[in-house]
Design a protein around this ligand. Structure first.
Ligand SMILES: [Zn+2]
Length: 451
């Protein structure tokens, strides 16, 4: 068997790049287009999604081969078979939705061009191919599955306690389908700017570092010592050990009350290598813009697509991957990647079906702190009953009380990063105020384009 692994091709064969960097050309493209200001998707007055993040991730190639807002036929195929019309697998419908009132005001139809503004500045173009109506609650139900339709992994019907369901349910009823093109590149504000590695740049960085085998780590959290153990074990065990590199890819976007601020998440992960717990030669921190849908096995597919496009050969998947509540089986992601989920269109794992992924799964054990062993342990090396689970909510409760967490749970350097952003925002965790203000501020600023 050939054990050498090459950098995988992008999903769909080539990276999508729909960013116009020539300002004169950009101005020409925007001329005469109908103008629309991007608004966040709201639920009970709270922002839950901003379509700008999807436009960014599509145009910079994170979601290759997707190039825009999906047509009706494409949405139907994604829902029925989790495949695009080009056959490549893809888990979620992605659409540009607007209200009936906005649609009437805009007055566009297929063949027309819309100039999308963000924070009042020209940002992107949407070339309308089709206009159609959706039934958002029905779309939300079909996006995540039901116990009847997907008995292998769905345990109960989705409802408004699930943030992904809420996003789809809160969409506007009219969809403008068509390709997006960014005509005015947004500039990331610190600290996000130094972690911005779109797929093409990320692949260049891997090449520069001499990395071929790279394992991806999904996160939406500040790392505790259990996460660090996961990184190290994933990189140094498994089918290609040791991996040349570990790519931490944080998902940045609309979050929930009680989550850590995104600024703290990216810097805390970077601190793991700055403070020497993992060699910076092996460890790299990046992010992807996406308002998480928390679709456990479906989210893991999207994660596979994103990180394959970034050039990773492997992906870690643990228990309750990208999950909220108990809608899915806690091991739904492992079921998908070890044998497939036929009702979602996968009679075999997604890396073993036609038009599937090339990235390979690495199923991860669960780690705990064992006071008897005096270290982080897992089932293969510790059978003590005293095990203490790394509970994110336990750590958060310590931080909320201002208690310095024990270094066997959270590294002091990482804790300092959390405190730094705590002082900056005046709170350690996202509250209503943060969530509303961060959606006004976003992660980017845009310059005028003088159209
Ligand atoms: Zn032990």
């Amino acid at each position: 068997m050939d054990v050498r692994i090459k950098t995988p091709l992008p999903h769909g064969g080539k990276l999508v790049d729909r960013v116009v960097r020539d300002r004169e050309r950009a101005k020409k493209m925007a001329k005469g287009a109908a103008v629309f200001d991007i608004k966040p998707t709201l639920y009970n007055g709270m922002p839950v999604r901003n379509v700008y993040r999807e436009i960014m991730s599509i145009c910079y190639g994170f979601f290759s081969p997707v190039e825009g807002s999906m047509t009706h036929a494409e949405v139907e195929r994604v829902l029925k078979e989790r495949r695009l019309l080009s056959n490549w697998i893809f888990p979620y419908p992605l659409v540009f939705d607007i209200s009936r009132e906005d649609y009437q005001k805009l007055g566009v139809t297929s063949g027309d061009r819309v100039l999308l503004r963000l924070k009042g500045q020209p940002f992107a173009i949407l070339d309308v191919e089709e206009v159609y109506e959706i039934d958002p609650p029905e779309l939300a139900r079909r996006t995540f599955g039901t116990p009847e339709d997907n008995p292998e992994v769905v345990k109960k019907n989705f409802d408004e306690k699930h943030p992904g369901y809420v996003i789809y349910k809160s969409l506007n009823p009219i969809v403008l389908a068509g390709k997006y093109t960014i005509i005015n590149e947004p500039k990331f504000r610190p600290p996000f700017d130094r972690f911005w590695f779109p797929p093409a740049k990320c692949r260049e960085e891997f090449a520069k570092r001499g990395w071929t085998t790279v394992i991806a780590h999904q996160t939406r959290n500040v790392p505790h010592v259990g996460h660090e153990a996961l990184l190290k074990n994933a990189a140094f065990t498994g089918d290609i050990a040791p991996c040349d590199g570990i790519l931490v890819n944080c998902i940045i976007g609309a979050k929930r009350i009680g989550d850590y601020p995104d600024e703290a998440i990216v810097e805390a992960h970077e601190m793991v290598n700055k403070a020497g717990y993992v060699s910076p030669k092996r460890h790299m921190v990046t992010f992807t813009l996406w308002d998480m849908r928390y679709g456990n096995p479906l989210e893991s597919l999207l994660h596979g697509i994103i990180r394959q496009n970034m050039g990773c050969t492997h992906h870690m998947f643990g228990r309750d991957h990208a999950a909220v509540g108990d809608y899915y089986d806690a091991y739904a992601t492992q079921i998908l990647w070890s044998k497939g989920i036929p009702s979602f269109g996968f009679p075999a794992p997604p890396n073993m079906v036609e038009y599937g992924l090339q990235i390979r799964p690495q199923n991860m054990a669960e780690f705990w702190y064992c006071p008897k062993c005096g270290e982080t342990a897992y089932s293969a090396n510790c059978e003590h009953a005293e095990r203490q689970r790394f509970s994110g909510s336990f750590i958060r409760s310590l931080l909320a009380e201002g208690v310095f967490p024990p270094p066997v749970i959270m590294r002091p350097e990482v804790y300092k990063v959390v405190v730094k952003w705590w002082k900056h925002f005046n709170y350690p965790f996202n509250n209503k105020k943060y969530l509303i203000e961060r959606e006004q501020r976003l992660e980017v600023d845009l310059e005028p384009l003088d159209i």
